[in-house]
Design a protein around this ligand. Structure first.
Ligand code: CA
Length: 419
């Protein structure tokens, strides 16, 4: 296939945007050495000089600011990633399968063996199992092999001067400058991802300032050069986010035939004994452990997929990264590292997952039929789930609150016939 043919295919699949193409092909507008227009560069330089006084008022010294910020230009790759809205959504099963790879499990077991004493100490101090910390380490940076190579100040300043993440970029930029100053780390050594995450455990700067700890006892917090600092910081952050050493993240369950799907709801916490009384079992058929530990039912892709009971520890992982898919990947990876089985229940392979435009269309359709989604922003939150359940309930569908492709089709057909 020709290069243009490949690019055309990538464009259609949504993996590159026209802006990225600009970087690949001959420039058609006046571009500087960094691939940005003179106009953009001028606005960026204005931002760098006007933001200075705001940052100095926060206690950052002029020396720190100038050392990190002078001579920077916008990063065109960051602009491109900041603007991208993927047209195609990777199904959760593909994401989980990719996350829980044999290679990652192998590396994880090696790191658990190689750092046994550190993990002993972290488990005793924070109550977070080594397999969970290893799973996070593997997911975030492939055990330190991929921590992101962008200049953190350039990336954050690019987010801060323009685009849809300006407030985030500004607050993270100020925090990054404070880190350089407080920890004595030269700005040139502070590299990370385009969105400002850095080090072995990919903390963003504000999370570092709030939660990072010194894990190797040298008096400094350095998530780039010290995996002990990074892992201790992750353990501390999980503990402060509600992780409790007396319980697991949760486990996969088999739902009874007559399960009331209204109960698969983040607001519906019940004790394990209460769930057992409703007929829920472990996925292998064993009875649930009884007790007054609270848990909720999670159906990551709706009624037509695997089911889980999750505890507050699952919620602590979501404080780290708010995507359910991420928390489930960490959970399953940690189980596999313990020698437990992975997910047993069948995923709905082949079922399309709604992209942003389709989620917005679903919300708009629900609104037009009189169901309140709390706005059509493409984010499936509690209001949208409640609206979906109400729609499903009144039409005799399984009320799982999940935004499936089947649901969208039915909704659009209904609106069609109403016209
Ligand atoms: Ca340290």
């Amino acid at each position: 296939m020709s290069l243009m043919g490949k690019i055309g295919r990538l464009l259609r699949s949504g993996t590159v945007s026209a802006l990225c193409l600009l970087a690949l092909s001959a420039p058609v507008v006046a571009l500087g050495a960094e691939g940005v227009s003179d106009e953009d560069n001028a606005r960026f330089q204005t931002f760098i000089s006007t933001f200075r006084s705001e940052v100095l008022a926060e206690g950052v010294t002029a020396e720190t600011y100038d050392l990190a910020m002078s001579g920077l230009s916008p990063n065109v790759r960051v602009v491109e990633l900041n603007n991208s809205q993927p047209e195609f959504v990777r199904p959760m099963w593909e994401y989980i399968d990719g996350a829980v790879s044999e290679r990652r499990l192998e590396l994880g077991r090696e790191q658990i063996d190689a750092n046994a004493q550190l993990f002993d100490r972290l488990e005793a101090t924070y109550g977070v199992p080594r397999q969970v910390l290893a799973a996070i380490w593997g997911m975030e940076s492939n055990f330190g092999r991929n921590m992101g190579g962008m200049n953190l100040f350039q990336a954050l300043a690019t987010l801060a001067y323009d685009g849809r993440r300006q407030d985030f970029g500004k607050s993270q930029l100020i925090a990054a400058l404070k880190i350089s100053q407080q920890e004595g780390i030269p700005p040139s050594e502070m590299t990370g991802s385009w969105a400002g995450a850095f080090g072995h455990t990919q903390f963003i700067p504000t999370t570092f300032l709030a939660h990072a700890v010194d894990g190797d006892g040298d008096g400094k917090r350095d998530l780039w050069h010290s995996s002990a600092d990074a892992l201790a910081s992750a353990a501390s952050y999980l503990q402060r986010s509600g992780w409790s050493g007396d319980r697991d993240w949760g486990f996969e369950v088999a739902l009874p035939e007559d399960f009331n799907y209204e109960q698969a709801n983040a607001d519906d916490e019940r004790t394990l004994s209460a769930w057992a009384a409703l007929g829920l079992k472990r996925i292998n058929g064993d009875p649930l452990p009884l007790g007054d530990m609270e848990a909720e039912v999670l159906l990551p892709v709706g009624a037509n997929g695997p089911a889980f009971l999750i505890t507050q520890n699952f919620g602590a992982i979501m404080a780290y990264n708010s995507a359910t898919s991420y928390a489930l990947a960490i959970s399953v990876l940690s189980d596999r590292l313990r020698g437990r089985p992975g997910i047993i229940g069948a995923w709905p392979y082949g079922e399309e997952q709604l992209n942003l435009a389709q989620r917005i269309a679903l919300q708009e359709g629900l609104e037009q039929l009189g169901y309140d989604t709390g706005g059509a922003d493409g984010i499936i939150g509690p209001n949208t789930r409640a609206a979906i359940r109400e729609f499903q309930r009144t039409r005799g569908m399984t009320p799982d609150g999940f935004p499936s492709a089947t649901l969208l089709t039915r909704l659009l057909n209904e609106r069609q016939t109403q016209r």
